[in-house]
Design a protein. Structure first.
Length: 281
């Protein structure tokens, strides 16, 4: 087991070459946000923009469009109810996030299955929130369609649903066994988040705390992981995932020095400054 530390950020976050453009920093597609949980996919999209993704497209329902564009005008929109638009968006993306606020309706199940079916081997897929619960009901889809480069970001209850391991019995040995069967990276979110990689290495997070316990905190993490995977290619993708998870909690910890609670939107706003500091040292 390795402890993730600040040193890792220096390996991953570099100054940008002068001759580069938005196409060099990742096309991120975020899928989610039903009527009740629109904020989740907006936070994911906004986190991706603020963590440096070159182009972010949010696939959500029309009801969320004006809120999306008010909060993060940098993000583009595709209508989650428009099959043709979704097909094209899935085709073009480098990194896909599915699940924040998606809900578990039959339409949500359909879009999850479509995403798995269309997934290309060059693409990264981050599965979070409602999509993890859908996955727990349809493990056969996952085994049939999924390719490598899939990252699951469950909290302990979502992991219980997917792995069938009760929260109290979620030890590294048991978690690793199921993760290896799934053949996906697993970011198990909790106090002391643990990341299980395909090569069986286990990375442990020793930053972050209860000031992060606000709805939307995990949704925000998905956007940071997506942006990092879209733009940082000088190390292995496992290292990039570790660096993204560390950034989310280390930044929250920094902000907690002067704030009783740290909101997802505060983390989002402070990402560019935090990343600049890491790129300079
Ligand atoms: N603003 C928005 O739009 C927001 C939208 N959201 C979206 O909502 C959707 C549903 O996601 P969800 O996580 O809220 O619900 P669910 O999957 O039922 O899990 C909760 C259950 O698990 C249990 N639990 C045990 N351990 C836990 C742990 N370590 N961390 C957390 N929970 C833990 C917990 O136990 P309890 O609280 O009862 O003690 C409870 O029984 C999803 O799409 C998400 O993206 C949210 O992000 C909020 C902001
Ligand atoms: N006590 C805590 N210590 C460390 N991290 C925490 C704590 N409480 C919450 N978090 C972090 O907040 C995030 C919560 O994720 P999640 O439950 O998926 O949130 P949501 O679905 O509401 O966006 C995770 O990254 C988790 O590690
Ligand atoms: Mg969540």
């Amino acid at each position: 087991m390795t402890e993730i530390n600040y040193q890792l950020l220096k390996e991953v976050i570099h100054s940008r070459p002068l001759e580069s453009h938005k196409g060099n920093y990742g096309r991120v597609l975020t899928i989610g946000g039903n009527l009740n949980f629109g904020g989740a996919i907006i936070m994911s999209s906004s986190a991706a923009v603020h963590a440096g993704a070159g182009l972010v497209t949010c696939a959500t329902y029309r009801e969320n469009l004006s809120a999306l564009h008010t909060i993060v005008p940098e993000a583009m929109f595709v209508d989650l109810a428009n099959d043709q638009q979704i097909t094209a968006a899935l085709e073009q993306a480098d990194v896909i996030v599915i699940g924040p606020g998606l809900g578990e309706s039959s339409a949500a199940e359909k879009i999850f299955k479509k995403t798995l079916t269309q997934l290309q081997s060059r693409q990264f897929l981050i599965i979070d929130g409602s999509a993890l619960t859908i996955l727990s009901h349809h493990q056969n889809w996952f085994k049939r369609f999924a390719k490598q480069k899939i990252i699951l970001t469950p909290h302990q209850m979502e992991w219980q649903r997917v792995s069938q391991i009760p929260i109290k019995k979620q030890t590294d040995t048991r978690n690793l066994a199921v993760q290896q069967e799934l053949q996906a990276t697993v970011v198990l979110k909790k106090f002391g988040t643990t990341i299980y990689h395909l090569n069986r290495t286990i990375a442990h997070l020793n930053v972050g705390g209860p000031y992060m316990a606000t709805g939307g905190m995990g949704d925000t993490l998905t956007g940071i992981i997506a942006a990092f995977l879209g733009q940082f290619h000088q190390t292995t993708y496992e290292t990039v995932v570790d660096a993204a998870v560390y950034t989310h909690s280390a930044l929250a910890q920094k902000l907690s020095a002067t704030n009783y609670v740290v909101l997802p939107s505060q983390i989002i706003k402070n990402l560019p400054n935090f990343m600049l500091s890491a790129s300079l040292v």
